[in-house]
Write a protein of this length. Structure first.
Length: 412
């Protein structure tokens, strides 16, 4: 009789503290691990990258799965309606509409706007910091930058953004593989509040259309009667969240990693063109989203074991990105790494909608760092935001110290 695979517990404090040490143990133990009830866990790059594209796996879960994961409340219906948790044909329809708001052409046009926002936010942060140059990367840049950009795309007015912020942060809890009972009420409250807020915006755009995502979705609804209002509202809420969570974590990781690896910061400042591959390396090195799940619609075989239909496969993106079978010296940060086949944006038909937007914003921040007249230095302990799904930060205190050379204007 075959020995049972090891078990992976995403809520283990050791996973939250240092998932990569745990992942290394999983990979060494085999290609398949046990997870929570009804779950199997995959940790090798070859398997994760293949299964992300496997059509026998879906993203549409039975109602009892959401009930088990988040408990009773509005987050359950929300998760069932959003494009992330739909399979074809609903997913194909919704993604097709939303993709227009994240097109490559629009992302190219956003480059200058995003760079301007980075300059503005950092200038304001330095002005508030005064002579001591102290600021917090998370509160001064990593959170407000992607929120500003996604609010602009969606059509959320400036005056409302401070009110929306705390609910957006709480919404992240609804996307965990398992939401602890003590956090469920906050997740459900966030969904209810954001639904109500977005519903008001939808009414306003129905009266006064604009050049934003909500107006585009309303136009699509007029020609697609099956696209109901509730689905429209919930997907706007989801896109708002998706438009900042990954990018906030990416920017935070970039700063934190560069503070820990001054040689890589010096290299970036010597070679600003490395901003492009550096974004990919930060996505690999400490993936903003550590895991994604798939519902097994048809049985699949992994390492001689059959995973039956009705089970959940947890694909550990963070582990795949550190697999030595695919990456040379994976624990080393290398902003020149090429090729870099990380899986941080998922894959297949559910490849992250906001991937291009996150890359635009990440590059803008790294270009600012490369050309900044001040060099960031650690100014206190970095504080993580505990999460089993996201590699998130609550605080990254830094001091901007005068650089030895003047700023050079970034090239296009």
């Amino acid at each position: 009789m075959r020995e049972l695979p090891v078990k992976f517990d995403s809520r283990d404090p050791a996973v939250v503290a240092d998932p990569y040490r745990v992942y290394a143990g999983l990979r060494a133990a085999g290609r398949l691990a046990r997870g929570a009830a009804g779950q199997w866990v995959v940790s090798h790059h070859e398997d994760v990258s293949r299964l992300l594209k496997d059509r026998r796996l879906g993203h549409e879960y039975p109602p009892e799965y959401h009930e088990f994961s988040t408990g009773a409340g509005p987050a359950n219906e929300f998760l069932k309606r959003i494009v992330l948790d739909q399979d074809a044909p609903a997913h194909t329809f919704l993604r097709g509409i939303m993709q227009r708001s994240f097109s490559p052409g629009l992302m190219r046009r956003l480059e200058d706007y995003v760079a301007t926002q980075v300059d503005r936010l950092m200038a304001e942060a330095q002005e508030r910091a005064g002579s001591d140059g102290l600021l917090d990367v998370v509160t001064d840049l990593a959170f407000p930058l992607p929120v500003t950009v996604v609010c602009e795309l969606i059509g959320i007015p400036d005056v409302d953004r401070a009110a929306v912020r705390p609910y957006a942060v709480e919404l992240a809890k609804a996307f965990a593989l398992y939401v602890p009972p003590e956090e469920r009420a906050a997740a459900h409250e966030a969904v209810a509040w954001l639904r109500d807020y977005v519903s008001g915006l939808v009414d306003e755009r129905a009266r006064r259309p604009a050049d934003d995502l909500i107006s585009n979705l309303l136009a699509a609804r007029r020609t697609n009667p099956g696209f109901d209002r509730e689905t429209l509202v919930d997907n706007v809420v989801f896109l708002f969240f998706a438009g900042f969570e990954t990018t906030t974590n990416l920017i935070s990781t970039a700063f934190s990693a560069l503070l820990e690896h001054p040689d890589q910061l010096a290299l970036l400042r010597d070679r600003p063109e490395l901003a492009v591959p550096a974004v990919e390396e930060f996505l690999r090195y400490d993936a903003p989203i550590q895991a994604t799940a798939r519902y097994v619609k048809e049985a699949v075989e992994i390492d001689g074991r059959t995973v039956r239909a009705g089970r959940i496969l947890v694909l550990l993106l963070g582990s795949a990105n550190h697999d030595p079978a695919r990456f040379t010296d994976p624990e080393r940060l290398d902003i020149t790494r090429d090729p870099n086949p990380h899986v941080s944006f998922g894959g297949g038909v559910h490849h992250c909608l906001g991937a291009a937007l996150a890359q635009v914003e990440g590059r803008a921040v790294l270009r600012w760092l490369a050309h900044a007249p001040a060099t960031p230095a650690a100014a206190g302990a970095v504080e993580r935001r505990p999460s089993t799904t996201f590699r998130a930060y609550r605080s990254i205190p830094v001091r901007l110290e005068p650089a030895a050379r003047p700023r050079v204007a970034p090239s296009a």
